[in-house]
Design a protein around this ligand. Structure first.
Ligand SMILES: C[S@@+](CC[C@H](N)C(=O)[O-])C[C@H]1O[C@@H](n2cnc3c(N)ncnc32)[C@H](O)[C@@H]1O
Length: 208
């Protein structure tokens, strides 16, 4: 049974995707699940821990597994790749993207992110890289909050905002709880710029 977090990530993968890169895959549920879609032709499951890859069971013959660092993958960009980076910190996501975007061709290839720490740093990086947001969602799963967002990179100004938009902040009670959690976090850090941004969010999307 997939968690709400995994279901949300899977729901953001477009229907026309043919090649999936499930980077930092661990249990492999994301890649294995997508391999069951008819249009998907190949799924690459990557994790840097050899024992994880050794015991990973593959859903079908479309799946291939690799015990390598995700920073080392070489993606041949065509039109239909989907890269999923979930369950790891923003610094690692940035490190991995710094490598794979070096060869990126501005195709309609797609990305889904669900980082678990320092999300505002990843958002800043994505804005610099001209990320085009398609969808973003805040979820509360097993007592934890997660931001899930998807889109692609283009040569135009990014439409991503540093602290997220309605997909995060207009989700009723969950948004209210998340806003308070972020407020407490940045108050402890005495991070005045983030507190100012949170005040603006409250004005735009509240009441909280
Ligand atoms: C918490 S799991 C996330 C699993 C899955 N993506 C999810 O969201 O549920 C993190 C996984 O990332 C792997 N990992 C950490 N650093 C990595 C790297 N540089 N390259 C590939 N895998 C890495 C770990 O071995 C671990 O299995």
């Amino acid at each position: 049974m997939l968690s709400q977090r995994l279901k949300t990530i899977l729901a953001m993968v477009p229907d026309d995707i043919e090649t999936v890169w499930d980077l930092c895959c661990d249990h492999g549920h994301l890649g294995n699940h997508l391999a069951q879609r008819q249009k998907v032709r190949r799924v690459n499951l990557v994790d840097c821990v050899p024992s994880i890859i050794q015991r990973l069971e593959l859903a079908n013959e479309k799946c291939h597994k690799f015990a390598i660092r995700a920073q080392e993958v070489q993606i041949e960009w065509k039109n239909s790749e989907c890269v999923i980076l979930a369950g790891v910190g923003a610094h690692l996501v940035i490190d991995i993207l710094n490598n794979i975007l070096r060869t990126f061709l501005y195709t309609s290839s797609f990305f889904v992110f669900c980082p678990h720490q320092n999300i505002e740093k990843l958002r800043k990086f994505l804005i610099q890289q001209k990320f085009q947001l398609r969808q973003e969602k805040l979820i509360h799963d097993a007592g934890k909050f997660y931001q899930v967002f998807s889109g692609t990179f283009s040569q135009q100004k990014s439409n991503l905002s540093e602290l997220g938009a309605s997909g995060l902040w207009q989700q009723g009670e969950i948004s209210k709880l998340y806003w308070q959690k972020q407020w407490n976090h940045f108050t402890r850090q005495q991070n005045q710029p983030m507190l100012e941004s949170l005040k603006a969010i409250k004005e735009n999307y509240g009441p909280y």
